[in-house]
Design a protein around this ligand. Structure first.
Ligand code: PRX
Length: 702
C-alpha cells in the first residue's frame, strides 16, 4: 500500500524525526498495517482508530459544585475480533513451529525446564479448562500472585484466552498490597503458590493470600500451584479452606489438553496493572486486547532486532522500521531474556506477550541475581546463549558493585550477546559503560527504553545498530549512532511522537528541562483507570487538555540532535530500583500507625537503587516514648506490612512540624533538599517557614 508523502518519521536513515511531520493519517495507517500484518484476526477490523479527545469539554457542575469534564475515549481496531492467547501460542504451532522452544525456565534452586510452543499450547489449554471449571468467564477478574515460573505465563495466557481480565501482583508485595488489588478488581479467583524460593530459602506465600482474602471481597476460589511443597505430606501442612481452595494439579488432572479459542473484541480489556500515582492508592490501568498486542508485537520486533535489515549505499545496515513482518532467521536465532518479575509492566510486554507473539525463545528465571552468588546472571547468559539481555539500572549497579572490573577474565562466554537493554529509570553513564564493556564486549547494541505502565509499551528508545558496519559514535553517513549515547532514550518509535514542552505547552530550548508529553499516542495506551475514569482524565489528559496531549509525569530535555534524555519524575512519585511508589501512599500508610500524627515522605538519591524514601514524621504520645532506632524499626516494619519491603524508608526523622504550602500541600522537594544538605529552593508559598530551621537542626543532630 502506498504511504502518504509525509511518511518520513520511520526513515531508518533519518534517525532523528521531526514529530511535527507525522500526520494523523500516516500514523493511523501505519498502526493499521502493523495490526493487520502482525496479528491473526478472526474478524478484520473496520476502523483503525477513534480518539474522542481533542480537549475536555465542560459538563457543568456536579452536586458538590465541582466542574466536570468529558473523559477521553480511545479505541483502536474497532469491529476486529481476535484471541490474544491464540496469537501468542497456537498460531505458531499451526505454522509448523511447535517444536520451537518458547520458554527456558530456570528455578532458583537450579531446576530447569524447556517448554516448546506445542507444550505451552497444551498447558494453556489445560489451565483454561481449569479456570472454566471454577466458573471463570469473560470479563471476570483473576488476580495472579505468583513468582517467575512457567505457570504464571500459562495462567496469564489462559485468562487472555477466556477473556477474563488478569491482574498480576508482585510476589514480594505484602498481604495488604494484595488485599487492595483483590478488592479493587473485584476478582473472582486468586492464583498463588504454597511457597516461594527466595534467596536460597523457602518463604510461605499461601498465608499472604489467605490474609488478603479476609476482608470484603468477591473471591470464590484460590488456586494453589505446588512450587515448594513437592509431596502430599508437605502439601497437607499448607493452610487450607476446604470449599474455596484448590490445588492446580488436581484442578487440571482430567481436563483435555486442547481448547477452542473464542474471539474477543479488539477493545475488550486484557489486563489491569496497578501503578503508583500522585494521590493515595495505586491506580489500576486498563489495557485492551487488539491495540496492546499490536504495539507490543511491533515494538518488540523493532527494538529486539527482529525486523529485516535495509542496506544503505555505503553498506550500512539498519532495521527497516516500516516492516510489517519479521526476518525469520532473526526470529529463529533470538534468545531473549527480560529479567523483570512477571508482575511488572516491563514483563507483561517484553517477557510475556512480546516475545511470544513474535514466536521467539526466551529465558525466565525465578530467583534473585545474587543467589547463590552474584555470578548467577553470568551463568544464565552463558548457559542459554542469550542474545538480548533486558534489565534494569539498579541490577546493573549491583553487578558492577560486586564485580567492578567485570566478571573474571575468561570465566564466562558472552559471545552470544547482541543487544543490551535498560528500563525503569535513567541509566547512569558508569553503569551503561560497565554493561557495554563487560557483558556486551564493546560491540552490542544498547537500547534504553523509556515508557510506562500507562503507555503499555516503549515510547522512546534508540534502535539496534549494526556494529559490524559502524565505527563508534556515527554511521559512515555521519548519522549519529544514537544507541551509543549513554542514558539517552533518544526518540519516539514510529507511529508515536513526543515533545518536551513547558508548563504552557511551548517547546523548551535545547538542553533545558521541560515536561515530556506524548502528543501522538499509539494503540497500546491505557484506556482508563479501573473503576475511576475521572482519575484517568485528571492524571493524564487535563493538563494539556486544550491540545489533547498525554502528560507522562517525567521531566526531560533534548540535545542538539533532537534526542531526548529523561530526567525523572516531576510529581510525587518515587522511583526505587525502577519501581514506582507514591510518596503519598507511603505517608498514608505511616499515619495509620499509632506513633505517627503526620508524615512527609521524600526521595533522596541512592547509588544503588537510584532513589530511596526518607520519612519525616510528627509523633503521637506513643511515638514520643520510642528512641530514634526503635521508631525506625517499628515504622519500617509497618511499611513492609502495609506496602512491601521495597517501600521501607531508608531513614525516619522525627520532627516537630512538616513544611507545607499555604494550601496545605507538603513540600517534599524541600524535605529532600534539607536531608541531602542542598541549597533550598523556593520557599515563598510556605505557611510555616520556621519548620525548615527546626528540621535542619534535627538532621544535623540525627
Ligand atoms: O519515570 C519514568 C521511569 O519509570 C516510570 C514508569 O514506571 P512504570 O510505569 O513502573 O514502568 C516502568 C517500566 C516501563 C517513568 O515515568 N522510567 C522508565 N523507563 C525509563 C525511565 N526513566 C528513564 N529512562 C528510562 N528508560
Amino acid at each position: 500500500m502506498a504511504l502518504p508523502a509525509d511518511f518520513t518519521f520511520s526513515d531508518p536513515f533519518n534517525p532523528t524525526p521531526n514529530p511535527a511531520l507525522i500526520s494523523d493519517e500516516a500514523r493511523i495507517q501505519f498502526w493499521g498495517d502493523q495490526a493487520r500484518a502482525r496479528l491473526t484476526w478472526g474478524v478484520p477490523f473496520t476502523e483503525e482508530n477513534t480518539h474522542s479527545f481533542k480537549k475536555p469539554v465542560s459538563l457543568g457542575l456536579d452536586a458538590d459544585g465541582v466542574e466536570q469534564f468529558t473523559i477521553p475515549k480511545i479505541k483502536w481496531f474497532e469491529g476486529g475480533k481476535l484471541n490474544v492467547a491464540y496469537n501468542c501460542v497456537d498460531r505458531h504451532v499451526e505454522a509448523g513451529r511447535g517444536n520451537k522452544t518458547a520458554l527456558l525456565f530456570e528455578g532458583e534452586p537450579g531446576d530447569r525446564e524447556a517448554i516448546s510452543y506445542a507444550e505451552l499450547q497444551k498447558r494453556v489449554a489445560k489451565a483454561t479448562h481449569g479456570l472454566e471449571k471454577l466458573g471463570v468467564a469473560k470479563g471476570d477478574r483473576v488476580v495472579i500472585y505468583l513468582p517467575v515460573i512457567p505457570e504464571t505465563i500459562i495462567f496469564t495466557l489462559a485468562c487472555a484466552r477466556i477473556g477474563a481480565i488478569h491482574s498480576l501482583v508482585f510476589g514480594g508485595f505484602s498481604a495488604e498490597a494484595l488485599r487492595f488489588r483483590v478488592e479493587d478488581t473485584g476478582a473472582k479467583v486468586l492464583i498463588t503458590t504454597d511457597g516461594q524460593n527466595r534467596r536460597g530459602s523457602v518463604v510461605p506465600v499461601k498465608v499472604n493470600a489467605d490474609d488478603a482474602c479476609t476482608g470484603e471481597n468477591k473471591i470464590e476460589h484460590i488456586i494453589v500451584v505446588d512450587r515448594t511443597a513437592g509431596t502430599a505430606e508437605a502439601r497437607a501442612s499448607v493452610p487450607w479452606a476446604q470449599d474455596r481452595d484448590v490445588w492446580y494439579h488436581e484442578l487440571i488432572a482430567n481436563v483435555p489438553d486442547t481448547h477452542e479459542a473464542p474471539l474477543h473484541d479488539a477493545e475488550d480489556p486484557l489486563f489491569i496493572i496497578y501503578t503508583s500515582g500522585t494521590t493515595g492508592k495505586p491506580k489500576g490501568l486498563v489495557h485492551t486486547m487488539g491495540g496492546y498486542l499490536t504495539q507490543t508485537a511491533y515494538t518488540h520486533a523493532l527494538l529486539y532486532d527482529l525486523l529485516p535489515d535495509v542496506e544503505g549505499e555505503d553498506g550500512t545496515r539498519r532495521p527497516d522500521e516500516l516492516s510489517t513482518v519479521n526476518d525469520p532467521a532473526k526470529v529463529e536465532s533470538a534468545v531473549h531474556w527480560c529479567t523483570a518479575d512477571l508482575a511488572w509492566v516491563t514483563a507483561h510486554t517484553y517477557e510475556i506477550y512480546g516475545p511470544l507473539v513474535n514466536g521467539v525463545t526466551e529465558v525466565i528465571y525465578e530467583g534473585t541475581p545474587n543467589t547463590p552468588t552474584f555470578e548467577r546472571h553470568f551463568e544464565i547468559l552463558e548457559r542459554y546463549k542469550v542474545t538480548n539481555y533486558y534489565t534494569a539500572p539498579t541490577l546493573i549497579r549491583s553487578l558492577m558493585g560486586a564485580f567492578p572490573q567485570g566478571p573474571q577474565a575468561g570465566k564466562f562466554d558472552f559471545s552470544s550477546i547482541k543487544l543490551l537493554g535498560s528500563v525503569g529509570e535513567s541509566i547512569n553513564p558508569e553503569a551503561w559503560h560497565w554493561l557495554y564493556t563487560h557483558i556486551g564486549g564493546n560491540n552490542a547494541s544498547f537500547i534504553d527504553t523509556w515508557w510506562q505502565s500507562e503507555t503499555g509499551s516503549t515510547v522512546c528508545s534508540p534502535r539496534p545498530h549494526d556494529p559490524q558496519f559502524a565505527p563508534a559514535g556515527t554511521y559512515p553517513d555521519g548519522a549519529p549512532r544514537t544507541s551509543l549515547k549513554p542514558g539517552c532514550a533518544t526518540r519516539a518509535v514510529p507511529g508515536i511522537s513526543t515533545r518536551v514542552v513547558d508548563e504552557k505547552g511551548d517547546p523548551v530550548e535545547t538542553g533545558t528541562q521541560g515536561f515530556i508529553v506524548v502528543d501522538k499516542i499509539g494503540p497500546s495506551m491505557a484506556r482508563t483507570v479501573w473503576g475511576n475514569p475521572q482519575r484517568y482524565l485528571d492524571s493524564y489528559w487535563k493538563h494539556y487538555g486544550e491540545r489533547g496531549w498525554f502528560l507522562a509525569g517525567d521531566g526531560a530535555k533534548q540535545d542538539a540532535e533532537g534526542d531526548t534524555y529523561i530526567l525523572g519524575r516531576i510529581d510525587d512519585v518515587i522511583n526505587i530500583s525502577g519501581h514506582r511508589l507514591s510518596t503519598i501512599e507511603i505517608e498514608s500508610a505511616l499515619i495509620t500507625h499509632e506513633t505517627v500524627i503526620e508524615a512527609g515522605v521524600c526521595p533522596i538519591e541512592d547509588e544503588l537503587t537510584g532513589h530511596q524514601a526518607v520519612a519525616f514524621v510528627t509523633l503521637s504520645k506513643a511515638g514520643n516514648t520510642l528512641s530514634t532506632q526503635e521508631l525506625k524499626t517499628v515504622l519500617s516494619e509497618h511499611i513492609r506490612h502495609e506496602i512491601g519491603p521495597i517501600a521501607k524508608p531508608k531513614d525516619v526523622v522525627a520532627v516537630a512540624d512538616i513544611p507545607k504550602t499555604r494550601s496545605g500541600k507538603i513540600t517534599r522537594r524541600l524535605l529532600s533538599q534539607l536531608y541531602e544538605g542542598k541549597a533550598l529552593g523556593d520557599r515563598s508559598s510556605l505557611q510555616n517557614e520556621e519548620a525548615l530551621d527546626a528540621i535542619a537542626r534535627v538532621i544535623a543532630a540525627h
